[in-house]
Design a protein. Structure first.
Length: 156
């Protein structure tokens, strides 16, 4: 089970970074996307969600029960192929090492920003509803780990 701790995010981002060297690898039996797509998408989501969380107004946080969040956050993984990524977090056609490195730099900064965010800082997810800081960290862990598993399977 993944811990709800911003420090665990650091190890996940470092693992994403370790796969840049094999960014062009693909395995169509696992995914129609290559490793670069998985890294880029993961970092886009990570950075967008982190920035939304940090810039939110904690006074406006209102938590509500969400059955999908309860189920998937409890089992600790997202099933593959069930949800399509929104257009604004889709990678560009050509993904360069420089582009990935710039997103990594931002991700490392965002981890530090999350650590100091208010407990009621929040992010609204299109399926899981409004997530406070703790639940947002959990989402980032699950989402990043989901794509890391795909990368590992591509490389098998």
């Amino acid at each position: 089970m993944l811990k709800r701790n911003p420090e665990i995010l650091l190890s996940l981002i470092k693992e994403l970074e370790s796969y840049i060297a094999v960014k062009n690898k693909r395995n169509d039996s696992v995914s129609t996307s290559d490793v670069a797509w998985q890294i880029d998408h993961s970092l886009k989501v990570f950075n967008l969600v982190s920035e939304t969380l940090v810039n939110s107004n904690p006074d406006l946080y209102k938590g509500r029960f969400n059955k999908w969040r309860l189920l998937l956050f409890t089992i600790g993984f997202f099933p593959r192929g069930k949800v399509k990524a929104p257009k604004f977090v889709l990678p560009p056609e050509i993904i360069t090492v420089e582009y990935l490195n710039s997103q990594l730099k931002l991700a490392y900064q965002n981890i530090e920003n999350i650590k100091t965010a208010n407990e009621h800082a929040h992010f609204k997810h299109f399926i899981f509803g409004v997530l406070n800081k703790n639940r947002t960290i959990r989402f980032l862990q699950l989402h990043t780990n989901h794509h890391l598993k795909i990368i590992r399977d591509i490389l098998k």
